[in-house]
Ligand binder design. Structure first.
Ligand code: ADP
Ligand code: ZN
Ligand code: ZN
Length: 701
């Protein structure tokens, strides 16, 4: 029976941020004094608490509940326009596809500050925002846009007319950002209400992109990312929701922002793994962007995925015609591509950090007033310290990982759980006082470079300056911007760092990029490792030689140096020709043969427990519970295994991989499996299970 509300009241369906295992089901039914539009925010009682909820469409079959048991909606946020139908459809898709509840996805997409406001506070906030807009003189956008090149004009025409997602495959420095800017400008000129969403992997790493958008569009730009204060985030979100912000520049989470007149979505550096969420709904912002554009088809919404090294999934989608590829192969201003120099580390003495030839090449450039980037994708001084006498190694007491030696503060730190300890004076096992750092990280590389370059002088006679950029040096507020600025201004001659240095920085005087410890990534257990490495090296190389006039005036040769013990690896042959297409073809061939994505679809069921056996046992029960599910004949369930990093912060982690060439079969199985997983009976052998989660289209495992 449908819920029959008492006279004068109506039943409304509401979703709240409760996960499915809370057993609540959704939507929940409440009583309201009058019908409420779907998308309206409300506060509702839930148990003994009161929580933020969102009115949702009534379900086809209302759940049975005696009317007397229904509780009334506590507060209706009348002042805020409801979240629109397209946005709700996006949330519904994300919830369905990533196997979450509507409420989990919908409420997590709202700015956190919204949850703590009362209706009255929100109304005041909205009034204040409206007043602020009337009195603050808007900054006038400046900067005449350059006239576009033929390649850019072609890209813009495709974006205007294509009926498919556009994959903008453009070399670093080929003018992709200018295409985003001009596509946005055209849209805003064409439609006084249209909105554009520009997604970037990490906003702090590419402050120039924000500057360029602000220079072109002034106050029409707003940002949405985790670096904002809760109050700023709310204000920016409201501006987008109410259509005042015409351009939203944001990171992953911004893909779920409310943008009622969204007509252009740009996903810059679309290959970047940070677009995949690693918690909660574990969604891919890139994939949601593509879906979102489809939901906005009636408004003429377009989506552009841009990269010099597209994700192989995107490349394949373009190859089979689902996406439309546009190429911009030439770098702007005739900038050339760095020549690859491979250093065969088998020919170097053991323990060599920087081969003499590489060091000489760096010195030659510094002597001419040029700059160099040195990449080592591992922070700290050394990844582990060890005792030569008994073999003791600095292990994390809570994780299956080593404690990394940080020389600066003489600490041993776990990069997985944050555990920190002082470096022991002697081996804890045998008392030997000679503890040796093994391997090297950016901190040590910086130290060794400083030693090696100590005698070198800049034109003004001062010593050359080395900077370091990694998660450690970037921690202090403003430190990251400061370091990047120092490279731009020339105050730093050599920048050492992790993959952070390879991001979209528009450095002008870099003529040499070096990767000093490449092989770890070449043979990592993760089958995506070659793709990651190739992308990283291509992106790093893209930082060099961006200013062709400078390079020509210097008479310099732009080079990418790679130190490796495997110079024959085919990846380097493609890299030497900066031939992404050849690399992609070879990788996709391997993946097709092995039945890996994008030729199959995957999901992971992850379980975490106090004992590994409990996690594995729970996964075995879960697998048994899947035997008769729809889709099962088309889905391979692999045996549960411990994760590569088995223990983190004292919790043991295991996973079960599901794979199918047929996406709908996998989706059907997951959807039918989930309710069973929630009600899996507690078994004696699963005691100690802490949590479990499903990860659809997992990126790494
Ligand atoms: P990408 O985003 O592909 O790295 P950018 O858009 O940043 O490339 O362009 C590289 C450089 O060329 C930038 O300095 C940019 O200002 C400049 N540039 C881009 N398009 C044009 C153009 N049509 N005319 C002149 N300069 C351009
Ligand atoms: Zn020892
Ligand atoms: Zn740890």
């Amino acid at each position: 029976d449908a819920v029959v509300p008492p006279a004068g009241a109506v039943a409304v369906e509401v979703v709240v941020a409760a996960p499915a295992h809370s057993g609540l089901g959704e939507p929940l039914t409440y009583l309201a004094a009058r019908p409420l539009a779907p998308g309206t925010l409300v506060r509702v009682p839930l148990g003994r608490r009161e929580v933020l909820g969102m009115v949702w469409e009534p379900t086809a079959t209302p759940r049975e509940a005696p009317a007397g048991a229904l509780r009334p909606v506590a507060e209706v946020w009348e002042a805020l326009p409801p979240l629109d139908a397209r946005w709700r459809a996006l949330v519904a898709f994300a919830a369905r596809y990533y196997q979450r509840t509507l409420g989990e996805v919908a409420l997590a997409a709202l700015p956190p500050a919204l949850r703590t406001l009362s209706a009255a506070q929100l109304t005041r906030r909205l009034h204040k925002a409206a007043r602020a807009r009337h009195s603050a003189a808007p900054s006038t956008p400046g900067g005449q846009p350059p006239s576009v090149t033929d390649a850019q004009a072609h890209a813009l025409a495709v974006i205007d007319t294509s009926d498919r997602p556009v994959l903008l495959f453009g070399a670093t420095g080929s003018g992709k950002t200018e295409v985003y800017l001009q596509a946005t400008a055209r849209l805003l000129a064409d439609d006084p209400e249209a909105q554009a969403l520009v997604l970037v992997p990490e906003i702090n790493l590419t402050p120039q992109l924000e500057q360029r958008f602000r220079a072109r569009f002034g106050d029409a730009v707003t940002t949405l990312h985790s670096g904002l204060t809760p109050a700023q985030r709310l204000q920016h979100w409201l501006a987008a929701h109410r259509g005042q912000a015409r351009i939203v520049l944001g990171t992953r989470t911004a893909v779920l922002a409310s943008l009622p007149r969204l007509r252009l979505i740009v996903v810059d550096e679309e290959h970047d793994p940070s677009y995949k969420s690693q918690e909660g709904a574990r969604y891919s912002a890139r994939d949601l962007a593509v879906y979102r554009a489809r939901l906005g088809a009636d408004l003429g919404c377009r989506v552009v995925l841009g990269s010099a090294t597209p994700a192989l999934e995107s490349w394949h989608a373009a190859a089979v015609g689902r996406y439309q590829r546009v190429d911009m192969a030439q770098r702007m201003g005739g900038a050339c591509w760095p020549q690859l120099r491979l250093v065969d580390m088998r020919q170097q003495p053991r323990g060599t950090t920087l081969a003499p030839a590489l060091l000489a090449a760096i010195e030659a450039r510094l002597a001419r007033g040029e700059q160099a980037l040195v990449l080592l994708n591992r922070r700290g001084y050394a990844p582990v310290i060890a005792c030569d006498a008994c073999g003791w190694k600095s292990g994390c007491p809570h994780c299956s990982a080593h404690l990394v030696y940080h020389k600066g503060d003489r600490s041993l730190r776990c990069h997985h759980c944050g555990h920190a300890a002082r470096v022991p004076r002697a081996c804890p096992d045998c008392g030997n006082v000679d503890l040796t750092p093994i391997g090297r990280g950016t901190e040590q590389l910086e130290e060794q470079l400083a030693l090696a370059l100590a005698s070198l002088r800049r034109a003004d006679g001062s010593p050359v300056r080395i900077g370091r950029l990694d998660a450690d040096t970037a921690r202090a507020a403003g430190a990251l911007e400061h370091t990047l600025e120092a490279v731009h201004s020339g105050a730093i001659d050599v920048l050492v760092g992790t993959q952070m240095i390879a991001k979209g920085h528009d450095f002008r005087r870099i003529t040499l990029v070096a990767s000093v410890n490449t092989d770890g990534a070449l043979f990592a257990s993760d089958w995506r490792a070659p793709e990651r490495l190739f992308t990283l090296l291509m992106q790093a190389a893209g930082r060099a030689g961006r200013d062709a006039a400078f390079v020509a005036a210097q008479g310099s040769v732009v080079e990418l140096w790679v130190q490796t013990a495997y110079p024959q690896h085919p990846l380097f042959a493609a890299l030497a020709r900066h031939d992404y297409a050849a690399f992609a073809a070879q990788q996709l061939h391997e993946r097709r043969t092995a039945g890996m994505p994008p030729f199959s679809h995957q999901a992971l069921l992850r379980a975490e427990a106090r004992q590994l056996d409990a996690a594995l046992a729970w996964l075995r029960h879960a697998a048994a519970a899947a035997h008769d599910l729809p889709g099962r004949p088309h889905v391979t369930l692999y045996a549960p295994v411990p994760m590569t990093m088995t223990r983190v912060a004292g919790i043991e982690r295991a996973q079960l991989l599901l794979e199918s060439p047929h996406r709908p079969a996998l989706q059907a199985l997951l959807a039918a499996w989930l309710p069973r997983l929630h009600t899996l009976r507690a078994h004696a052998d699963t005691r100690g299970l802490v949590r479990w989660a499903i990860d659809v289209d997992p990126l790494s495992f």
